[in-house]
Design a protein. Structure first.
Length: 124
C-alpha cells in the first residue's frame, strides 16, 4: 500500500498459522517502523526490518512460531535497527527480557505496555 505520506510492505512471518510482518515507511519525517507479529527467527523478517528506526518484536518465548528476547535482539542487531521494542511477553519476566536482549543488541530496548503511545518525532 502506498500513499504520498506512507508506504506499507509486508513479508510472511514464521508462525503456526499464516502471519505477516509489516514495515511502515513514513515519508515526513522520514522513518521506518517494523512490527513482526508472532514469528520464529526468520531471515525474511530480518530483511524487512533492515535499517528501521523501530523494530517491534514479539518475545512470547522459545516455542514454535515465537521468539525469545535474545532472538529478537539478534534480529534487531542483524537488521541494523535503532530501537527495539519487546511485545507479547510474559509480564513476570519483563526485566529479565531486557537484560537478555541487551546481550545481543546495542541500541535502545524497551517494553511495550498497554496504551503506550510513541511520538513519531521522538523516533528520529
Amino acid at each position: 500500500l502506498e500513499t504520498p505520506e506512507l508506504r506499507i510492505t509486508c513479508s510472511p512471518a514464521q508462525h503456526l498459522i499464516p502471519c505477516l510482518a509489516l514495515r511502515f515507511q513514513i515519508n515526513h519525517p522520514p522513518q521506518v517502523i517494523v512490527y513482526t507479529s508472532d514469528t520464529s527467527p526468520s531471515p525474511v523478517v530480518t530483511r524487512l526490518a533492515a535499517g528501521a528506526d523501530l523494530l517491534i518484536h514479539e518475545t512470547a518465548g522459545d516455542s514454535a512460531g515465537h521468539s525469545t528476547a535474545s532472538q529478537a535482539a539478534k534480529t534487531a542487531e542483524k537488521a541494523g535497527v535503532r530501537r527495539l521494542m519487546l511485545i507479547h511477553y510474559p509480564v513476570d519476566e519483563a526485566q529479565r527480557l531486557i537484560t537478555q536482549a541487551a546481550e545481543h543488541f546495542r541500541g535502545e530496548i524497551f517494553l511495550a505496555e498497554d496504551l503506550l503511545r510513541i511520538s513519531l518525532t521522538t523516533l528520529r
